[in-house]
Ligand binder design. Sequence first.
Ligand SMILES: NC(=O)C1=CN([C@@H]2O[C@H](COP(=O)(O)OP(=O)(O)OC[C@H]3O[C@@H](n4cnc5c(N)ncnc54)[C@H](OP(=O)(O)O)[C@@H]3O)[C@@H](O)[C@H]2O)[C@@H](O)CC1
Ligand SMILES: Nc1ncnc2c1ncn2[C@@H]1O[C@H](COP(=O)(O)OP(=O)(O)O)[C@@H](O)[C@H]1O
Ligand SMILES: [K+]
Length: 493
Amino acid sequence: MRTAYRVQDVRAAEAALMARLPEGALMRRAAAGLAAACAGLLGRVYGARVVLLVGSGDNGGDALYAGARLARRGAGVSAVALGGRVHEAGLAALLAAGGRVAADPHAALARADLVLDGITGIGGRGGLRPEAVPVVRAARESGAVVVAVDLPSGVDADTGAVEGEAVRADATVTFGAYKPGLLVDPARAYAGAVRLVDIGLGGLLPAAAELEALQHADVARLLPVPGAESDKYRRGVVGVVAGSARYPGAAVLAVAGALRGGAGAVRYVGPAGGAVLARYPETLVHPGPPGGAGRVQAWVIGPGLGDTPGVDDVLASDAPVLVDADGLRLLDPAAVRARPAPTLLTPHAGEAAALLGTARDEVEARRLEAVRELAGRYGATVLLKGSTTLVADPSPGVPVRVNPTGTPWLATAGSGDVLSGLTGSLLAAGLAPRDAASAGAYLHGLAARRAAARGAHGAGPAPAAGAAPLTAHEVAEALPGAWRDVQGGGGRG
Ligand SMILES: NC(=O)C1=CN([C@@H]2O[C@H](COP(=O)(O)OP(=O)(O)OC[C@H]3O[C@@H](n4cnc5c(N)ncnc54)[C@H](OP(=O)(O)O)[C@@H]3O)[C@@H](O)[C@H]2O)[C@@H](O)CC1
Ligand SMILES: Nc1ncnc2c1ncn2[C@@H]1O[C@H](COP(=O)(O)OP(=O)(O)O)[C@@H](O)[C@H]1O
Ligand SMILES: [K+]
């Protein structure tokens, strides 16, 4: 499991560690890790041209000390100061190692092989200041590898928001712990490949992180495995209330996901039973309403539902309920808050905006705040879909889960229906809502990567490169392969 911590928690841990160490030791550790990462990216350090963009704080100090290390190994290193001050000891170290202050920043950038962005780290506020913008653009246009120190300057470490301009890095070398902005869009997209340098903060950070990203081994521990005493009812029955005369396909896709989610049986309720049976004869079908369809261990309601009634009926049940798509439009917030059994809401940004009474852009700019706010307001677990999928628990203080397996190939009609069926099936199999949602998103993203890489029926792990458009059905069909990848495969993700 990877974890991310807020700036205040990272600072507190750093302060506790610094009190035990000689002055400057932490910065030296950070700079050593940073220089090693840069050397790896450069391949050959001797003769490489490195430009340091140096702000007024310790982030600039890290860049200067790392620059000094690279200069000692024969790189040509020059510094461009962008703040009112510069880290004096760091600058002295750079000059002593043979580095320089750039006489002409734009000329230096035009020739650079690597640019280190040390403008701001966890002390930055707001986007880049106007004087830094043309320099950062020149760095980007130079074709040099851009490496952000701790964070891409201009992004918000705690929220992942980006106000105005920020550095677009090829790689980010972060110190001590991941910060939420490195894992949550839009900031995540500015960070490139993120590498964590251990500076010894382990044990000093709070027990509960701000964010958690599951890996294969974590998901493998959550997935249900039938035992000798299992039967289809003990494995859980998931009820899927989806589809309408207008959108029968949503019913088929939600059932396709549900059949691959570990429940022992899928009970479809609604007007699209014929279409469902034609594709999946193993489904139990009922015309509705849900109350008369028979016992289930969890309900999924909403995909392609149109205005078909049923949401109130399902919310009145004592089973866990996942509400998606049209179901979100039709739900009564008071009924959700009053439920004794768990509720899981799975909106995309537009649906989340409607639930919060705000604009879609606002949700996309501040996903972490939006998902927490929704979970708190509705007293429900919330899975917010999109470029970064997040899962928040209604209890405060519980880390938000961020899904690391997503891929933009998932932005295809109907893939959300597969996710809700899959996740509901995991709920029926007995997973807690936060676990069902995060394991569901994880498998769904992995299946999409497999399907995009080699088609749904390919065997073995997906190759890294090469991808093609996929359909929601292919995502569903790739789920068993994703499931096997997770169970077979260590700590990746
Ligand atoms: N603590 C530790 O143990 C370790 C810390 N480490 C490193 O220290 C970094 C944190 O250093 P920090 O606290 O000095 O803050 P930092 O990010 O350099 O910013 C400082 C100044 O920038 C300015 N500024 C603000 N916003 C701005 C903007 N938008 N655009 C431009 N400038 C802006 C503002 O100053 P102002 O110009 O307003 O006077 C502010 O005071 C951390 O990320 C890591 O790299 C590592 O060495 C490991 C050990
Ligand atoms: N840019 C993106 N990057 C990664 N995943 C995305 C992106 N856009 C959408 N997705 C994923 O695709 C799925 C789309 O679901 P949804 O919006 O409900 O669409 P639909 O209703 O057509 O099924 C979700 O799992 C979502 O997280
Ligand atoms: K930076």
